[in-house]
Design a protein around this ligand. Sequence first.
Ligand code: PAF
Length: 281
Amino acid sequence: MEVAETIHEMRQRRRIQGINRVVGVVPTMGDLHAGHLRLVDFCRERCTFTIATIFVNPLQFGPKEDFANYPRALARDKAELERRDVDVLFAPSIDEMYPGGQSGHANVTVPNLGDELCGAARPGHFNGVTTVVTKFFQITQPDMAFFGEKDWQQLTIIKRMVQQLNMPVEVIGVPTCRERDGLAMSSRNRYLTREEREVAPALFQTLREVATHLHEGSTKYADLEESAANKLREVGFRPDYVAIRDPDTLRPPSSNQDPVRVFGAARLGRARLIDNIGVER
Ligand code: PAF
């Protein structure tokens, strides 16, 4: 595996080694877990040249968020990617990505989809994501790009961006990797204490209960959302939202709409956990 730290190096590798190959990119913020490695596996199965990126993107963190403490494990990540036969790791510095600083940097905005759900609790977050993903696409020129379904809202926004801005990239969503007790894998699970880790699977269980009610024919969305949020509160979470939404528009669905998706985000101790599941009725 080659490691490129500058945009120039990355472009050269792409131009020379990526020629006549199907190029896939797996953007990450590092601290890789099995969920990220599944993205890499998906990429390697579909592409003949795999690029992974590791960059903790300051632009997508709010001023009171965990940018400074976000887990970083570059040496271990490199070894994992090497074992997975990744062709190039692009791991730029903040100065390389934002040489003139972050304020005043050009910004990619996808209207509407980013204002609700996680966007309401994290203003500006999705602009930071779409901006850095656009930069990665410009730098790596991929045919395909791979993102986890755990971040469904992010995946939906990136798909919309690619479609509306005519980017020649196929965006592939990869199913969420879960721990044995159902907790969705996330680098932020590291923030959980032992006691909180025991409580954490309740987020997925609660979303599953909502899904069961939907399967059974309930269309009382507001009641289901409220009682799920209350259940989370009872076990110690501070929920941002539980929401039943259209999977593509992320808008509240009509009563006969099918499929729908159940989304949840809740804080537990220092961690903010998110999850979602699809429901076909
Ligand atoms: O999902 C993530 O890890 C990040 O939001 C991404 C897509 C790598 C952009 O920084």
